[in-house]
Design a protein around this ligand. Structure first.
Ligand SMILES: CC(C)(COP(=O)(O)OP(=O)(O)OC[C@H]1O[C@@H](n2cnc3c(N)ncnc32)[C@H](O)[C@@H]1OP(=O)(O)O)[C@@H](O)C(=O)NCCC(=O)NCCS
Length: 181
């Protein structure tokens, strides 16, 4: 098991084949997918393919979404981390995206803020990135709040398919400034 980051309450490690049931529980929940295109996963074969794709991203890009595990009882809560995004969004591709997704029972505990903030620090301090981006549907109040809390700046609104979204960025200079505060 490869642990990449440790926060106050959580471990962030590679997603493994054995996470299948937890990932299926996460992605088959319509509430979790409410602001993700409203298309929850319906079978485990799809989840298996997602795990395979994430492993390919680890190999190709040296980064991908990480499982978030509670330190106190070793529970899989969801995922959070950077991803090198090659699918074009808002006329941009080839960028590092910060993202997170948790099982509903773990919402409202500060896990998204805690882990995404650690992932941003990892991106700038370990991967030496120049910029990290993030996007959320405008109605996804929680996600928009997290993006701002971890230091990303609102840049513009854009449409993804028919959905209005907010686009955010943080540059190395902004991050360095935040470290000095
Ligand atoms: C969005 C999501 C990741 C937020 O995770 P979380 O761990 O509950 O977020 P946090 O506890 O770190 O909350 C950060 C802030 O947002 C607020 N918040 C979180 N969810 C909220 C909601 N649904 N409505 C209003 N505010 C919300 C929190 O109260 C907190 O505010 P505060 O700092 O003023 O106290 C979680 O709801 C989720 O997994 N949703 C489904 C997947 C998803 O939408 N992912 C994002 C795609 S862009």
């Amino acid at each position: 098991m490869k642990i990449h980051l440790e926060t106050e309450r959580l471990y962030m490690r590679d997603i493994e084949e054995s996470d299948l049931e937890d990932l299926f529980e996460l992605d088959s929940d319509p509430e979790v997918h409410k602001y993700l295109g409203n298309n929850p996963v319906k079978d485990r074969a799809k989840t298996q393919k997602i795990i395979k794709d994430i492993h390919q991203q680890y190999k190709d890009n040296g980064i991908g979404r990480w499982a978030v595990i509670t330190k106190d009882n070793n529970e899989f809560t969801g995922w959070s981390a950077l991803k090198y995004e090659t699918y074009p969004i808002n006329n941009k591709n080839g960028y590092y995206d910060i993202g997170y997704r948790f099982k509903k029972k773990y919402w409202g505990l500060g896990y998204a803020t805690e882990t995404a903030s650690a992932a941003i620090n990892y991106g700038f301090s370990v991967l030496k990135l120049d910029q990290i981006c993030g996007a959320a549907q405008i109605e996804n109040i929680g996600s928009n709040k997290v993006l701002k809390k971890i230091g990303l700046k609102f840049i513009e609104q854009f449409y993804y398919e028919d959905t209005k979204c907010n686009w955010y960025e943080i540059n190395r200079k902004d991050w360095e400034e935040l470290q000095r505060q």
